[in-house]
Design a protein around this ligand. Sequence first.
Ligand SMILES: [Zn+2]
Ligand SMILES: [Zn+2]
Ligand SMILES: [Zn+2]
Length: 348
Amino acid sequence: MQIFQCRACGSRLYFGNRLCLGCGRQTAYLAEGVAMVAVDIGNDGAPLPLADVDRSRRWRHCLHRANDDACFWLVDEADGTPLCRSCRLSVLIPDLSDPINHARWKRVEAAKQWLIHSLLELRLPFERETSGVPPLEFHLLSAQPGHRVITGHQESLITIDVAEADDEIRLRRRASLGEPYRTLLGHLRHEVGHYYWQVLASRPGFFDGFRSLFGDEGVDYSQSLDRHYQQGAVSDWQGRYISAYASSHPWEDWAESWAHFMHVVDAVDTARAHRLRLDDVLEPAGLYGPWPPDGETLLDLWQPVSLLINDLNRAVGMPDAYPFVVSPTVRDKIAFVSAQARALASPG
Ligand SMILES: [Zn+2]
Ligand SMILES: [Zn+2]
Ligand SMILES: [Zn+2]
């Protein structure tokens, strides 16, 4: 995540803040500028973003800001919908009259806002049909008696069990599955990886690279997952997969690798935003070259940055922020994902 500044007073604007802590102006996310901005209020009460935007355009706050304090994104009035580019993707949400649902849904939307911001930064398509795959959609659901919700994806639809926003529930599931890492943002980045697999699958040459790294995706999916949950991961998974779950099926390996590509891009970008200086030996290509860098450079940079964030966490008594080992095989997979994402990105 980059560091955003209030154009009126120069204070830092954090992603998600509703007010500038320096000058008290309202703040909002301007998807067109891929940035947090301060806003003035026009005579008619409409927000006026302090940013390089066409002054003739009219904006409003997303409906979920006033109603639920669940959003902070601006909506272009010309879009003809009261919901912003993140909220409008949630075609089903839980019953918000239940305060537990309401609190959980807000946390899922916050993670989704971060995800969508990353997709905008990477200039990846998600709002239009791409290669025959419909636009991305979300069902954010709460389990009901007799109705389980399973986090997962089907074609362009991502379903999230909002109970994952409850720390106690998520940590219990994490422990029972023996996972070192389980977060809402991680779920979203994994599931969106499945979406982009479908988008990429029709591109010439994709399967040659995919199958040589991830294997044959034609092996029976439900049998593979059943075997994974009954017998656990293959014993030597650490050298070949980023996580135990990635070893369950080539599709899951891809989705895990995609999620890690997004973690790595975001974390290295954050290091850049903070003007981190790496040791010359550890900085093979430089943090401040063209962005985003190619996959090999990105992973070269990630090595020292990931050690740093883990050491910083240990220094304050926290567990590792990135409890994973990027083996040479895993590195090749993430570099392949990175190259595919670059090829899919619209020109900057
Ligand atoms: Zn300010
Ligand atoms: Zn919104
Ligand atoms: Zn998956």
